[in-house]
Design a protein around this ligand. Structure first.
Ligand code: ADP
Ligand code: MG
Length: 607
């Protein structure tokens, strides 16, 4: 007998299964792709235990006759290749005609299908072997149920992470399919609860609303642009709606979801200066171009793609998104002072010996300050009734190149005995003492005071300090985000966010601590939720720290606020009581000391 043997088909299916059927979500993917290929306009997916117990996909597509239904489970059975053009599609979309065979080899499958001509057929398979086949009454379309996935390959089970992670993959995948196929009505149900439902009316905005919530969808602006080789269009959120991960930027090239670093970067660049660092917009973008420009030697199973003429496409994307955002936020920006910040050079010389001055950084800061002037509410009652100047002028600010890291455990340095001399530019307090003077950044000072106040409050949330809301706040999140939140409700409570599960990925907040900064309650709650979504698993200690920093920033007096002498005295008194009066919660200095000796050296009075 020769040494070469033809591998048993059953065995080779099981080997192929390792490739195709990595996890429940890859089964969902294969089955739903088949339903799309069959021309369905309605596709429903029902999962039990994230698909580990069962996955059912029901479609209203072409269906199969008895013969094809049986054939569909043999390897390399495909109705999708008949010419060379199809071969190109194979390379790009990954038709290999082995998904069903592979899936069947590691699970129990029940297939019901009908092509609408004859009555339907029902086939049952167990580990890839046909157990029964019988006629059944079935409308045109296909219904396939895959249960006990991996039942005969127990080793694979251990690779699967938690149910939530698995479900997250399926949700992600379905969301993207819904976005790339707005004319198909998708439904995703998990353990009886609907996680996604789109109407299939071809309206992308409605799909976006179904996935990210109506409120977010309303805050998205459309954009479109065209170049010689590419056409793009899509929707992007106003800068006020941000996310902590890049995962909310979905890019489709010729209908296929891709991950492309440079395209993501082009989008983020379009938001330059509008987004806080490490925050990202929600964007859905469709790119159309000659398939030969967009699919070069890239593995079909991977999401990466190589693009020709990148230098044409990237600026097209960046400009289109930027234009859309700019035009949408034109109104509030008009109030903003656009005139360039001029720093009188004589003035700068005075500051010379202090930490190095950096023009770019300063411009950034002045821009931020201007932003905050526009947005900041004018009444803040704690601890100073500040006077807001009529005509705020951008003020030069000195910052160090590298922020001083916050000392962890510092011996308390004695607070200097200070006599207030006055205020500069509504920003710095000048105070003198025997051997020199101090410049005190009033914003940083108040941030430090507030931070210590909030850190204490948030460190031990008192149930008696709660305030009910007349109108509960509602929050809607994507299904995968909602799952993370449900797991972290307790951590959020620890920082005063009493989130109540309201079903359908919605949450309500009916009360909050009385000490939440007034006027910022919703913002604070949203930011803390975002923080949890970003880190997924929360460390309560870290979350408290974040919360205290966030709240202290919200309520602190900004630059360009003129203070009375009494207010300055009160501020320094409060600062004196702080555990660490010398740095703000971000680690920047609160005060800079100019010793008499240094000043005399500058004037060359001493050498
Ligand atoms: P491929 O999709 O690569 O052709 P599959 O193993 O996924 O391979 O499917 C095998 C064949 O079974 C398909 O080519 C198609 O003819 C048929 N088929 C699978 N699912 C469906 C469905 N939901 N509706 C109609 N036909 C289907
Ligand atoms: Mg297939």
């Amino acid at each position: 007998m020769g040494k070469i043997q033809i591998m048993d088909e059953w065995l080779s299916n099981k080997i192929a299964a390792g490739e195709v059927v990595e996890r429940p979500s890859s089964v969902v993917k294969e089955l739903v792709e088949n339903a799309i290929d069959a021309g369905s306009t309605s596709i429903e997916v029902f999962l039990e235990e994230a698909g580990l117990t069962s996955i059912q996909v029901t479609d209203n597509g072409s269906g199969m006759d008895e013969e094809d239904a049986l054939k569909s489970f043999s390897r390399h059975a495909t109705s999708k290749i008949s010419n060379e053009h199809d071969l190109f599609r194979i390379r790009t979309l990954g038709f290999r005609g082995e998904a069903l065979a592979s899936i069947a080899s590691v699970s129990k499958v029940v297939l019901k299908t009908s092509d609408g001509q004859q009555s339907g057929v029902e086939i049952e398979l167990d580990g890839g072997h046909v157990v029964s086949m019988k006629p059944t009454a079935f409308r045109k379309g296909t219904d396939i149920t895959v249960s006990q996935l991996f039942f005969n390959t127990p080793a694979r089970l251990k690779y699967l992470k938690t149910i939530q992670t698995e479900l997250g993959h399926s949700i992600d995948y379905m969301n993207r399919l819904a976005l790339s196929n707005p004319d198909i009505a998708f439904k995703l149900v998990h353990n009886g609860g609907t996680l996604l439902q789109t109407n299939g009316r071809g309206n992308v905005q409605q799909v976006i609303a179904a996935i990210y919530g109506v409120q977010n969808a309303k805050k998205m602006i459309s954009f479109s642009a065209e170049s010689q080789d590419y056409k793009i269009h899509g929707f992007a959120t106003l800068p006020e709606v941000t996310r902590a991960s890049k995962n909310y930027m979905s890019i489709f090239v010729n209908g296929r979801y891709v991950k492309h670093y440079l395209l993501q970067k082009a989008i983020v660049d379009a938001y330059h200066t509008y987004l806080p660092i490490e925050r990202y917009p929600i964007v859905v973008m469709y790119i159309e171009g000659d398939p030969y420009l967009t699919d070069v030697n890239v593995h079909p199973a991977k999401l990466q793609i190589r693009l020709s003429k990148e230098q044409e496409l990237l600026p097209l994307v960046e400009d289109a998104v930027r234009k859309a955002i700019r035009s949408a936020i034109h109104v509030p920006l008009a109030e903003k002072k656009e005139k360039p910040v001029k720093v009188p050079s004589e003035q700068m010389n005075i500051w010379k010996p202090a930490p190095t001055f950096n023009q770019t950084k300063m411009n950034e800061i002045v821009e931020k300050l201007n932003d905050s002037i526009v947005k900041e509410p004018t009444v803040e009652e704690f601890p100073i009734n500040e006077v807001v100047s009529e005509e705020p002028e951008p003020t030069p600010i000195i910052i160090e190149e590298e922020p001083v890291p916050m000392p962890v455990e510092e011996k308390k340095e004695p607070f200097p005995q200070l006599e207030i001399v006055g205020q500069i530019h509504g920003t710095y307090i000048v105070a003198q003492m025997e051997d020199g003077f101090y410049l005190i950044d009033q914003h940083a000072a108040q941030e430090r005071i507030k931070y210590e106040y909030f850190r204490e409050k948030v460190g031990d949330v008192n149930p008696n300090e709660r305030q009910s809301l007349l109108l509960p706040l509602t929050f809607h999140y994507a299904a995968d985000e909602a799952l993370i939140l449900k797991e972290n409700l307790h951590s959020l409570e620890e920082v005063g966010v009493f989130l109540e599960d309201f079903g359908q990925s919605s949450f309500v907040v009916r009360e909050h601590p009385t000490w939440f900064p007034k006027g910022f309650e919703q913002e604070i709650i949203e930011e803390l939720i975002e923080q949890v979504l970003k880190t997924k698993k929360t460390d309560v200690k870290k979350l408290r720290e974040e919360a205290a920093i966030m709240m202290s920033c919200k309520k602190s007096i900004k630059a360009n606020h003129y203070l009375t002498k009494e207010q300055m005295v009160a501020l320094l008194d409060d600062l004196k009581k702080a555990d660490n009066p010398f740095t703000c919660p971000h680690g920047r200095p609160v005060m800079i000391h100019f010793s008499s000796y240094e000043v005399e050296k500058m004037f060359k009075r001493v050498m």
